[in-house]
Design a protein around this ligand. Structure first.
Ligand SMILES: C[S@@+](CC[C@H](N)C(=O)[O-])C[C@H]1O[C@@H](n2cnc3c(N)ncnc32)[C@H](O)[C@@H]1O
Length: 248
């Protein structure tokens, strides 16, 4: 019997369901009176569409491959970053889904930030098949003009079309509050770390979208290699993202 219980618990765990938490929650006196309890699944899960997040996610959802829980992390960190000096950078824009969300948050909360957007807008560059699962030309079903047309906010969004790190040239004096790095492959992630982290404001952060994805082993390797040399421990999230903070 005990073995069967353990087996069920471990199967549920694989799907992210923590049976102990559910039992604890059910035992809480008055737990049924939690406001907005439709967002408790079983814990508070604001990425389901709580509050203003819904309106920002609606901008992203049809043009992004970033899941709604990862978009929530971007939303929360972007909001937080607007209290810090520096611009917002996104490396890896594709069809502009997450970029549209970030542009709208900047528009609504701060007039004095730029959103710098880096991509070829023509697909992946050469990849290293020894470590990357992607190939040259993946994500080529997009175009700069359609992304610009979708995002609008031409006073906020600045486009840097071409290959990272060449498109970083001329931006050596930048101050960055928050960077979303979603480029999937080892060399691109390594180039983003080398250029962006030294220019991150104290209190700022970088989010690596693909850190924990089995399809992006090169991304994790690049992050681990770079930050092990800088005394920074990436915070790995259950979403697959990793976040690094700049504290000095
Ligand atoms: C997973 S997609 C980005 C997804 C996007 N953030 C979204 O909301 O769906 C990865 C993008 O990274 C870009 N990319 C990867 N390496 C690059 C490099 N070295 N220079 C420019 N773009 C690069 C690809 O062109 C591709 O559009």
């Amino acid at each position: 019997m005990i073995r069967i219980k353990k087996m069920i618990r471990s199967i549920l765990n694989q799907f992210g369901v923590d049976i102990y938490r559910i039992q604890r929650y059910a035992r809480q006196p008055g737990s049924s009176q939690i406001p907005d309890d439709k967002y408790y699944r079983p814990l508070f899960s604001p990425w389901l569409g709580y509050g203003e997040f819904r309106k920002y996610y609606d901008l992203a959802k049809d043009r992004t491959i970033v899941s709604r829980d990862r978009c929530w992390i971007l939303y929360a960190l972007c909001r937080q970053s607007l209290f810090i000096n520096g611009d917002i950078w996104e490396c890896g824009v594709y069809k502009g889904g997450t970029a549209a969300m970030l542009a709208q948050i900047i528009h609504d909360y701060s007039a004095a930030r730029f959103l710098r957007l880096f991509d070829t807008f023509e697909g992946m560059p050469q990849t290293d098949h020894a470590i990357d699962c992607h190939s040259k030309g993946d994500f080529s079903d997009t175009a700069l003009a359609t992304v610009q047309n979708y995002i609008q906010h031409s006073d906020i969004a600045i486009y840097h079309q071409g290959y990272i790190p060449e498109t970083f040239r001329g931006l050596e004096h930048s101050r960055i509050a928050f960077s979303h790095v979603d480029v999937d492959i080892r060399q691109s992630v390594a180039d983003c770390c080398e250029f962006i982290f030294p220019r991150l404001s104290v209190g700022g952060f970088m989010v690596f979208d693909d850190y924990g994805f089995p399809t992006c082993p090169g991304a994790r390797k690049a992050v681990d290699e770079y930050f092990s040399r800088h005394d920074v421990i990436p915070l790995v999230l259950p979403t697959g993202q990793a976040v690094v903070f700049k504290n000095k």
